[in-house]
Design a protein around this ligand. Sequence first.
Ligand SMILES: [Zn+2]
Length: 258
Amino acid sequence: MSKSFKKIFWVFLISGSMLILLSPLKTGHTQEAPEKFNVTNFPQIQKNQIGDFVQRLKKARDNQLPTIDVTDWRLILVNRNYPITSEPTHLTTFDNRQVDERIIPELTAMFTAASNQQIQLEVVSAYRSVEYQANLFNQSIEKASAEGMTPEQAKEEALRYRTEPGTSEHHTGLAIDVLDRNWLAQGGLLSEDYGQTAGGKWLAENVATFGFIIRYPENKISSTFIEYEPWHLRYVGVENAKYMTEHQLSLEEYLSQG
Ligand SMILES: [Zn+2]
């Protein structure tokens, strides 16, 4: 081998090794900048909105705020200001009640997990049609009217313990009222005290793992318009449920961040 050939050989060998050594660094760098945080992927955004947009992306990244899509079926909002617009079409039976069939895998896993901890959950209420709710509501009004109340007073009385037809989250098929066998055996009802029982505590600590939230937490009446209900669970999907629970947000507060 001639001297010059040897020289060229070593130059090729060294530069080749450097290329091989450096290439993973280059790939690693690309992986660190996920596509969704690249502003150039959103050409439809006006230049003057970019600062604001980048702030929101940073906030999302720092807090791991999931992407909130208000058209996501899991995030449908039904409350006294947002009546349901169409009734669910995916209903199936679970524990003798009707629920949206898409929540069955997580619901089943949740009941099994509770049972493994000696907590036998039971669904006491789930899907309710608008018509059924209207019947309940009218019965309450008729009862109050029979007691001598004016139509306005009667409606006010009915609203104390019933939701106006169309505004109950139970119309979605994504809400369930859950108690456990021990509490039911003691004659326990849907009451705030349930939150202090072993079953109520288990729900508060574990339902987010399965994509559910305690929909009406304590001290959230200003946004939910409903008193504390430790038994009323609402399916929103695992990533949403975990974020809301961790940051103590009601569904209304969570949606306002999107
Ligand atoms: Zn309920």
